[in-house]
Each structure stands twice: as structure tokens, then as C-alpha cells.
Ligand binder design. Structure first.
Ligand code: ADP
Length: 733
């Protein structure tokens, strides 16, 4: 078999295989059957050319030429019926549906009729066969062209009316066949009509390229990616046309200069060689040309991938990352909607990372949403959920409840693509996409691109999340620190003021008290002025107490710090107020930790703090109540980033002492002020407003913190945290 016959044979086999695959995928489906019929007709056309070319006997040549010319009748007719069915073209009756069969049968009759379409086959001196056409050949010629045109006209009309998947399919059928049919008509119908038979071997070979693309599309692109097929079809068809032109040029050149002595195979070899040399540059040129002419506005996937991955590497802000990713992908893919949702482990909420194009201000999704549950299976990484695909699967197996639930969920959210974002096998988020604005569907290449992008996005999201957490902790830390600094500053300035004022007041007070005592001692007890003097004396004494408190507060005391057991200090303090507790009907509950570490502190100062807090608690429970005093050990939580502590020293143990009362609580408006000096709600007679500020000051000087939680009407909890001495110093209590 020579090269031409081998290629025709290959074309026949490819078409046969394609027809079989399509038929076996839907045996009862008319559309599949009709497509297989088209493929079978093309195969028979490819096969019949071989014996036609090889036959030596004129009668055999004539017979095979008739078979060769019958195949196109079958091709155009089956293709027309395929299109009727494919486009669901309604016919008023079965008769009108089958009407186009009549001309086809007529032409078949004419072709089989002796000397009507084909009169004879001539063997030329160059070995080529020339067909002498009969009087009915023009009818045959018009019929083939008319039926092809009919098909392409209804296809293109439907194409403009259709949308979504239907439109894609039409485009696919249209372009998949259009180029091969047109080129085939030129080489095998128009040129032979003009007496040029030397190129009619090309028609069959063209079908190989087209069928390969269709087969490739079925296998690789699930029949979805028309654009890629189309692009490649166009590029390779143009390459073929170039080969073809070179070949024609070679014929003309050899006929004129060499007197046509060269072998046809040699000519083909030479032209193929020429094309092979220029193949790559030509291919690149055509690829760019098709992109520019037919796919203007299309995006370059590689460029997009590289841009997005740079963006993801450089963005550590979680919101910005999600927003940029959503915006860029939505614009490039021309999607109607897109959203990125973030799933937190053990959190019942799904956080919306970013959303664009949705009507709802914020998508509401809980972590037990079927879509999340579908992807969130430990150890299993699932692929994208494509609405069209699962809808088709569900049609085939309506009993699959899980699919129905997923479909309903996607419809509710009105999205057609849901993809997971995994990090180390753990679901960390989801992304949603709706159809493209053009109603086109996503290509397999786009699916792969999305998978690559979101596998990288997983890592970036995780990093951004960690960064956000650390930032929040830093903010918290800063806030606490600044609050404490402000409090310290306030106390320090009050301290300075107190020292100067206290000395100024102390002297006159001593005078007032001294003279009052003198007057009282000189005055007879029944003197009516004694009462007034007593008031002066008690008020002066009260003022002196305030001044003393002030001085205590400001004095930097040469405090004597030593390792002390907090539980012991509290017990000591309680002995002082036990009586008052009993008379005030207050029940004191002790919850002391057994293995409490020691703290480095001044026991007297701490006692003063504890007395202040206990007295305040008593004041808050005028009708009695319960005061719980609890001591615990706190491991100070170090801030962690990727397993590394942000503190210089890794972890510091603290001793926590809580005073929880069941009293009236503190009004939220007052909470910020209670540590301020002179803030009191107890009235001038009862309170000085210095107890808490002094206590705060003492605790701070011990390197500790004092905090409060309070609920109006329920009670307050004053918490003191003091740094523990290292464990060597601790002992059992
Ligand atoms: P004083 O007790 O002289 O008013 P403090 O500085 O000790 O001054 O307390 C300031 C204010 O804080 C109190 O007036 C009171 O309003 C509020 N307060 C303190 N402890 C408690 C508590 N256990 N329950 C309710 N309010 C409290």
C-alpha cells in the first residue's frame, strides 16, 4: 500500500472507531446512532478510495468509483438528519421529517444508473485515474453542496439562538465538521469537476485530522472544550492548507520545468520536507494569528497563573488575598459570580473571605452545609463539583439522594462550580463560581488551572490566617499594655500631687486636731459647743486618714519582698475580717489551689490589697451574700507563630487570685474608672475612692496585673495575677 492508500485506510479506521465509541456510549440514543452513521459513511468513503485507486480492470474501477461517489450522498444526508435531531428541529409529521431522504434516494439511483453520474473511468499515462462525468453529474454536485449548506445554515442559525451548553455543542459540531467538509468539497468535488483528480486523496486525510480532534475532545475534554479544539483545528488546518499549496506549487513547477518526470511520491516527500522545516515557526505564527483574530480578549492562562501565584506569595492580609483572588479570577474567567469561603476547624461558622456578584449582602452558610460536608471528609481530597456533570449523573441515577442534595444546594446558591481548598489534606475553604457571562461553560484547562491556583491559595490562606491571628494577639497585647501604661501614668501623677498636697494639709491638720483636743479638754462636758468641737475633731481625723492613705499610695515604700505563700497571706487576712463577715451575713468560700507556687512579694502590701478587695465586696453585698476566694496557677500562654514563641522567654507561670462576690456588680459605664484615684460611688462619707487605685499600684509594682469582670446585679470578680517564682521555689501548701 502506498502512502496515500495507507493514510486513507487510517482515516477509515479512525472514523470507524469514532463511530463505534459514540454509538456504544448511547446505543438507544438516536443522536448517537446518527452520528455513528455519519462516521460510518465517512469511513466507507475513505475505504472505497483504496480499491478504486488500485483497480486495474476498467469495470472494477467503474464499480469502485460509483461506491466512492455514493458515500458522500450518505455523508451529507446522515449529517443533515443528525443536525435535525441534534437541534431538535420540530417537523409537523414523520413524512415531512423523512422528506429530505427522497432527493438523496433519487441521487443514489442516478449514481447507480449506468452513465448518468459517472460515465467511465480513464487510466491516464501518469497512472492517475480520471472520471468522465455523465449528464446527471451537475445534479449530484448541486445536491452534495446544497445538503452541506443546509446543515451548516441550520447549525449557524441555532448557534445564535442557543446559549450555555447547547451553544457550545453546536459550535463544536459546526467547527468540527465545517473545515473538513469545505476542504473535502474543494479537493474531492470541485477540483475533480474541473478535471483535477490529483488531489482527491487529500479529502480522506482531512477527515483523519478532524476525527482525531473529535476523539481527543471526547477523551480529554469531555466534549466540553470547543475553544481548544477549535484553536488547534484552525492552526493545523492552516498548516495543512500550506502543505497543500506547496504541493500544488510543486506540481506546477515540476510540470513546467521538469516536464512532469518526477514521481508523485517524490513530490510529496519534497513538499513535506519543506513544510517540516518551516513547521514550528509556521505553527507559532498561526497560533498567534488565531488567538489575535478569533480569540481576542481571551486571557493567557500561564500568565494569569504566574501573576496570581506572585500575588498570593506577597499578600499576607487574608481579606486582601481573598478579594484580589476573587476579583482577578472573576474578571478573567468572565464569571457572573464568585466567592471564597473560609472554613475554620471546629467552628460552626463559615467565614466569607470575599464575594462578588451575589445579590445577598453576605452569603450565609453553616459548617454542616452539605457542600462543606461533601468536601470535608478526613483524608479524602475531592475534585471540583460541576453542576452540569452532577445534574447529568443524577438524571442517569435519580435514586442518588446525595447528588440531589448537592444539586439543590448549588441551585439555592445559584452557582455552577464548587471547588475545595485543601491544605495538607484538611478542608480550609471552598470557592464558588457561577456560569460565565457569555453563557459559555468552563473548559477542562480552566478546571485544571483553578485546581492549581486553589492548591496554592490553601497555603497562602493558611499563612495569612496565622498572620492575622498573630496581629490580633499583638493588638490585644498593645491595648492591654497601653491601658496599663495610662493607668500607671495617672497613678504616678496623682502620687506626685499627693506628696506635695499631703504635706501642705498635714501641718494645718495637726494644728486643727491639737487645738480641738485642747479646747475639748478645757471645756466642761455639758457645754453645748462640745458637740460641734467633736464634729470638727472627727472630720479632721477623717481628713488625716485620707492624707495618710494618699501618702501610703505615693510612697515608694522600701518594700521588703520575699518568697511568700499567697494562700497563707489570704488566710491571715481573713482572720482580720471574720467577725465582720459573720455580722454582715456573708459566707466566705475558700478555693485554694494545693500546689500553688510561691511569689516574690511584700506580704503586708498584699494584705492591704486583699483587705481592700474584701471590704469592697462586703460593701457590694449590704444584705449579705457569698464571697469566693480562689487561687490557681496559670501558665502564661505564649504567642506562637509556626511553632515558635514570640516571647523572649518561652512561658511564665502566674499565680491568680480571684475575689468573686455575689453583690450588686459594677455599672458598665463605671468599669473604666474604678481604678482611678478618688473614684467612688459610695458617697463622700463612706468612700475615698483610693482603695482600688492603691491596690492596682501595689500589684503593678509586684510585676502583676489586676483585672475585673462584672455583671450588674450578679456580682464582680476581681482577678490578680502575680508572676510565680520558678518551680524550684514552690512547695505544697
Ligand atoms: P471606695 O471603696 O472608697 O469607693 P475603691 O477604689 O475601693 O474606692 O472603689 C472604687 C469604686 O469601685 C467603688 O466606689 C465601687 O463603686 C466600685 N467597686 C469596687 N469594688 C466593688 C465590688 N466588689 N462590687 C461593686 N462595686 C465595686
Amino acid at each position: 500500500m502506498d502512502i496515500q492508500n495507507s493514510l486513507s485506510f487510517l482515516a477509515g479506521i479512525t472514523n470507524l472507531a469514532l463511530g463505534f465509541v459514540v454509538w456504544s456510549r448511547g446505543r438507544k440514543n438516536t443522536l448517537n446512532a446518527l452520528y455513528s452513521l455519519v462516521a460510518l459513511s465517512v469511513a466507507s468513503w475513505c475505504f472505497s478510495v483504496i480499491p478504486f485507486r488500485s483497480a486495474v480492470d476498467p469495470a472494477a474501477s467503474l464499480l469502485w468509483s460509483k461506491i466512492l461517489y455514493i458515500s458522500p450522498i450518505s455523508i451529507v444526508t446522515s449529517f443533515l438528519f443528525f443536525n435535525f435531531t441534534f437541534l431538535c428541529q420540530e417537523r409537523s409529521s414523520r413524512f415531512s421529517y423523512l422528506l429530505p431522504l427522497a432527493p438523496a434516494l433519487g441521487i443514489l439511483g442516478l449514481t447507480l444508473w449506468p452513465e448518468m453520474v459517472i460515465q467511465a473511468v480513464l487510466h491516464t499515462s501518469s497512472g492517475e485515474k480520471q472520471i468522465v462525468f455523465g449528464p446527471a453529474y451537475p445534479i449530484y454536485f448541486i445536491f452534495i453542496i446544497a445538503y452541506f449548506c443546509w446543515s451548516f445554515i441550520i447549525l449557524s442559525k441555532e448557534y445564535f439562538n442557543a446559549s450555555g451548553i447547547g451553544r457550545m455543542q453546536i459550535r463544536y459540531v459546526f467547527f468540527g465538521t465545517f473545515i473538513s467538509a469545505n476542504l473535502g468539497m474543494i479537493t474531492n468535488l470541485i477540483l475533480p469537476t474541473l478535471g483535477i483528480f490529483s488531489l482527491n486523496w487529500l479529502g480522506q486525510i482531512l477527515t483523519i485530522i478532524m476525527s482525531s480532534f473529535i476523539a481527543y475532545a471526547i477523551v480529554r475534554y469531555r466534549l466540553l472544550d470547543i475553544k481548544i479544539i477549535l484553536k488547534r483545528t484552525l492552526v493545523y488546518s492552516m498548516l495543512l492548507i500550506i502543505t497543500f499549496s506547496v504541493y500544488v506549487f510543486m506540481i506546477l513547477f515540476s510540470q513546467n520545468t521538469l516536464g512532469d518526470k518526477s514521481e508523485p511520491t517524490f513530490r510529496m516527500f519534497l513538499s513535506a520536507l519543506l513544510v517540516a522545516v518551516g513547521f514550528e515557526p509556521l505553527k507559532r505564527f498561526f497560533q498567534r494569528a488565531t488567538d489575535r483574530i478569533f480569540f481576542k480578549g481571551e486571557y493567557d492562562q500561564k500568565l494569569l497563573l504566574s501573576r496570581l501565584s506572585t500575588m498570593m506569595r506577597n499578600t499576607i492580609n487574608l481579606e486582601k488575598l481573598c478579594k484580589d483572588l476573587t476579583y482577578t479570577l472573576m474578571t478573567k474567567l468572565t464569571a457572573k459570580k464568585m466567592a471564597i469561603l473560609l472554613v475554620e476547624e471546629e467552628s460552626p461558622f463559615v467565614i466569607i473571605g470575599a464575594q462578588e456578584g451575589f445579590n445577598e449582602p453576605t452569603l450565609a452558610l453553616s459548617s454542616n452545609n452539605p457542600l462543606i460536608e461533601y468536601f470535608n471528609i478526613q483524608g479524602i481530597q475531592k475534585e471540583l463539583l460541576v453542576y452540569n456533570e452532577i445534574a447529568k449523573q443524577s438524571e442517569e441515577d435519580p435514586s442518588d439522594r446525595d447528588l440531589t442534595v448537592l444539586i439543590r444546594e448549588m441551585e439555592k446558591l445559584s452557582v455552577t462550580l464548587v471547588g475545595p481548598i485543601y491544605i495538607k489534606g484538611r478542608l480550609t475553604g471552598l470557592f464558588f463560581l457561577d456560569d460565565k457571562r457569555s453563557e459559555d461553560i468552563y473548559t477542562e484547562d480552566e478546571f485544571s488551572m483553578l485546581e492549581i491556583i486553589f492548591s496554592q491559595a490553601g497555603t497562602s490562606i493558611e499563612n495569612a490566617r496565622l498572620y492575622k491571628r498573630v496581629q490580633e494577639q499583638m493588638e490585644e497585647l498593645k491595648k492591654n499594655q497601653s491601658e496599663q501604661l495610662m493607668q500607671s501614668a495617672k497613678l504616678a501623677s496623682v502620687g506626685e500631687l499627693a506628696v506635695s498636697v499631703a504635706h501642705e494639709i498635714n501641718n494645718p491638720l495637726t494644728g486643727i486636731l491639737g487645738f480641738t483636743s485642747l479646747l475639748l479638754s478645757e471645756m466642761p462636758p455639758d457645754d453645748p459647743r462640745t458637740k460641734d468641737l467633736k464634729v470638727i475633731e472627727s472630720e479632721a481625723l477623717r481628713s488625716r486618714q485620707i492624707v495618710r492613705n494618699l501618702l501610703d499610695f505615693s510612697r515608694s515604700h522600701g518594700s521588703k519582698k520575699e518568697p511568700i505563700d499567697i494562700n497563707g497571706v489570704i488566710r491571715n487576712t481573713l482572720t482580720l475580717i471574720q467577725y465582720q463577715a459573720k455580722t454582715s451575713n456573708i459566707n466566705i468560700v475558700e478555693k485554694f489551689a494545693k500546689d500553688l507556687p510561691l511569689v516574690q512579694a511584700d506580704a503586708d502590701q498584699l494584705k492591704q490589697v486583699f483587705i481592700n478587695l474584701i471590704k469592697n465586696a462586703f460593701d457590694a453585698m449590704p444584705k449579705g451574700g457569698m464571697l469566693t476566694i480562689e487561687t490557681t496557677t496559670l501558665p502564661e500562654k505564649p504567642l506562637m507563630l509556626n511553632g515558635t514563641s514570640l516571647h523572649e522567654s518561652p512561658s511564665e507561670e502566674m499565680v491568680m487570685i480571684q475575689f468573686k462576690d455575689s453583690g450588686m456588680g459594677i455599672h458598665p459605664d463605671h468599669l473604666q474608672n474604678i481604678f482611678d484615684p478618688f473614684f467612688t460611688t459610695k458617697g463622700r462619707q463612706m468612700g475615698t475612692g483610693l482603695g482600688l487605685s492603691i491596690s492596682y499600684n501595689i500589684i503593678e509594682k509586684h510585676g502583676g496585673r489586676m483585672e475585673v469582670e462584672s455583671e450588674l446585679g450578679k456580682g464582680s470578680n476581681f482577678m490578680i495575677k502575680l508572676p510565680a517564682l520558678s518551680h524550684q521555689g514552690s512547695r505544697n501548701v
